[in-house]
Design a protein around this ligand. Structure first.
Ligand code: SF4
Ligand code: SF4
Ligand code: SF4
Ligand code: FES
Length: 582
């Protein structure tokens, strides 16, 4: 691409052809406000907040959609521009509830930030806010339609990235709004609870089902409250406290959880290692005994729901392994309860996840194999940050502490579960050594790493060529499954993660999660794996111990009872009297 020269606010700026005014200005350090623009999405140009003056053009131009041209003279800070932006903000705010103090996005809202930047202290327009009811129908994702500024970012991520297409524009003109199809609630449509629309939304119109107060209640009761924390949280929680991804030591998070009041702090990584033992043996069993192939991973509950709705012909391909979260829940109220001598009825099990779909998963009726609800409540990274802040804990300066046994030990293989390709790589590390009886010379399967949407590799397992594929986002899963279904592709083992980048990009992660941020988190996870003394799941001594003491062997009867599950065909539209509702 050729370089061209333009002038922005009197400064000469060198930029590339085919960039927009917004991109050129940002590179030059000039801040043009945006609302409908999102760095990972197509240009919508519907909010007009980014308008600028361009010499020779009669009307103000939207910087996000106007391409630069040689010699262009742009002014971003004239009286006309400032007044236009203020008018646009006042118009939006005239139809907005403005209850910032009670809003979940207070101090983390793109609209609020702009209102502050442009010193909006009064409004020339009358405040008319239609009071539509909140949508609380989904266990994972809630909506306040009154706060929607109609930017369209949720529509694009759900439609283009996830290909679930839950949202549609409703009505026209001033009445235009965005809602799930047919005006239904998110819990009444095919929403997979991935929460990607929460991350895309610039304001507080879509948010997680915030349950952190339920956990405070449990801590203040006579329950024995145990928690697990997922690997992707360590790298992202840092961002909630002003650090770079991965800069917060795990031990400090453990110490903070103890200060909050948890009786035991353990790690989902332990059951990630256990998943590898179970899933790895399931793969070997299917290859050896002619079982259904490809085996497809099952630890992402958004992906599972997507498969149940859109690809029920692949349900038999899914690994029967529960997700690590649910394995932990089942063991917390059996194995841990037995070892600690605690009545499982007294145990309250909390999990901290980067994921809103896990809130849905723990409510699935089959997730009660301990005889109780296996996981009582799931909180996201954002809710964990809220609890730490509310408790007044200075997490940056707290002394690090260790996880509690017996489910606190883990390997590097479990750490990378949070990344797209991580489950595949962890499984290959174990399966290779189990099959060949040899020690892997290079344990890093770099072919399945990175942010490419679909990755493929072939691995030689003692003379058998095993074909594997890794996808992230349900949009990419759709492409891969279509290719498998048509016979164009064949694999033995497929990893699917519903969210872009895997769990590090989950819908429960900090607001401001973009693809650039996801790439940083991936790097931090692989760095942590490299630092671990043990990097293969079968080498985890706590895993060896649980098989010796409790589960006996992978795929045993007891393992099946507690660690495996089944799936349900679901329809795309709610049907009256349907056995398995949405
Ligand atoms: S969405 Fe933003 S501007 Fe609206 S009430 Fe919430 S914090 Fe305030
Ligand atoms: S949670 Fe996911 S599937 Fe549901 S509406 Fe949002 S983006 Fe679509
Ligand atoms: S719900 Fe949020 S992302 Fe969707 S259109 Fe409204 S403001 Fe934009
Ligand atoms: S950010 Fe440019 S029109 Fe919305």
């Amino acid at each position: 691409m050729n370089k061209i020269t333009i002038m922005i606010d009197g400064c000469q700026v060198e930029t590339l052809e085919n960039t927009t005014i917004l991109e050129a200005a940002r590179k030059a350090g000039i801040k043009i406000p945006t609302l409908c623009y999102h760095p990972d999405q197509s240009i919508k140009a519907n909010c007009r907040i980014c308008v600028v003056e361009v010499e020779g053009m009669r009307l103000l131009q939207a910087a996000c959609s106007t391409p630069v041209a040689e010699g262009m003279v742009i002014k971003t800070n004239t009286r006309l521009v400032r007044e236009a932006r203020r008018t646009i903000l006042e118009l939006i705010l005239a139809h907005h509830p403005q209850d910032c103090l009670q809003c979940i996005r207070n101090q983390n809202c793109e609209l609020q930030t702009l209102a502050q930047r442009y010193n909006i202290r009064d409004n020339h327009f009358e405040n008319i806010v239609e009071k539509k009811p909140l949508d609380l129908t989904s266990p994972g994702v809630h909506r306040d339609p009154n706060k929607c500024i109609r930017c369209g970012r949720c529509i694009e991520v759900c439609d283009q990235v996830q290909t679930v297409s839950v949202y549609a524009k409703e009505k026209r003109g001033f009445e235009v709004g965005v809602s799930p199809v047919f005006g239904l609630g998110l819990g009444e449509v095919v929403c997979i609870n991935c929460g990607q629309c929460i991350l895309a939304c610039p304001v507080g119109a879509i948010y997680e089902n915030d349950q952190h107060n339920e956990v405070w209640e449990a801590i203040n009761s006579d329950k024995h409250v145990v928690c697990q924390i997922a690997p992707a949280i360590r790298v992202s929680l840092a961002e909630e406290f002003g650090l770079e991804s991965g800069e917060l030591e795990m031990g400090k998070i453990v110490a903070a959880l103890r200060q909050i009041g948890f009786d035991k702090v353990m790690h989902t990584n332990f059951t990630a290692d256990l998943t590898i033992m179970e899933e790895g043996h399931e793969l070997l069993d299917r290859i050896k005994n002619g079982g259904k192939l490809p085996l497809i991973t099952s630890c992402s509950p958004g992906w599972i729901k997507f498969c149940e709705h859109f690809y029920p012909d692949f349900l038999e391909n899914l690994s029967t392994c529960k997700s690590p979260q649910q394995m932990f829940g089942a063991l917390a109220k059996t194995y841990y309860a037995e070892k600690a001598g605690i009545d499982p009825a007294k145990i309250y099990s909390v999990s901290f996840m980067p994921c809103t779909a896990k809130k849905y998963e723990c409510e699935r009726p089959e997730m009660k194999s301990s005889g109780y609800k296996d996981v009582d409540v799931v909180l996201t990274t954002r809710e964990l940050a809220r609890m730490i802040t509310e408790a007044g804990i200075d997490i940056l300066h707290i002394a690090p502490e260790k996880f509690d046994p017996p489910m606190g030990l883990y390997t590097g293989a479990a750490v990378i579960f949070g990344a797209t390709g991580g489950v595949m790589e962890a499984a290959l590390r174990t399966v290779y050594e189990v099959v060949t009886g040899e020690t892997l010379k290079n344990i890093e399967f770099v072919g399945v790493r990175g942010m490419d949407g679909i990755k493929e590799a072939t691995v030689d397992l003692a003379g058998t060529e095993v074909k594997v594929a890794v996808v992230h986002t349900t949009g990419n899963a759709r492409k891969l499954l279509d290719a498998i279904r048509s016979g164009e592709k064949f694999y033995h083992f497929v990893e699917v993660m519903a969210c872009p980048g895997g769990c590090i990009g989950g819908g429960g992660q900090p607001i401001g999660t973009t693809n650039a941020r996801r790439a940083k988190r991936l790097k931090a996870l692989y760095h942590e794996d490299q630092e671990m003394p043990l990097r293969k799941s079968h080498e985890n001594p706590a895993i060896v111990q649980i098989y010796n003491e409790f589960l006996h062997q992978p795929l045993s009867h007891k393992a099946h009872e507690l660690l495996h599950t089944h799936y349900i065909k679901r329809s795309i539209y709610p049907l009256e009297g349907e056995k398995h509702p949405i």
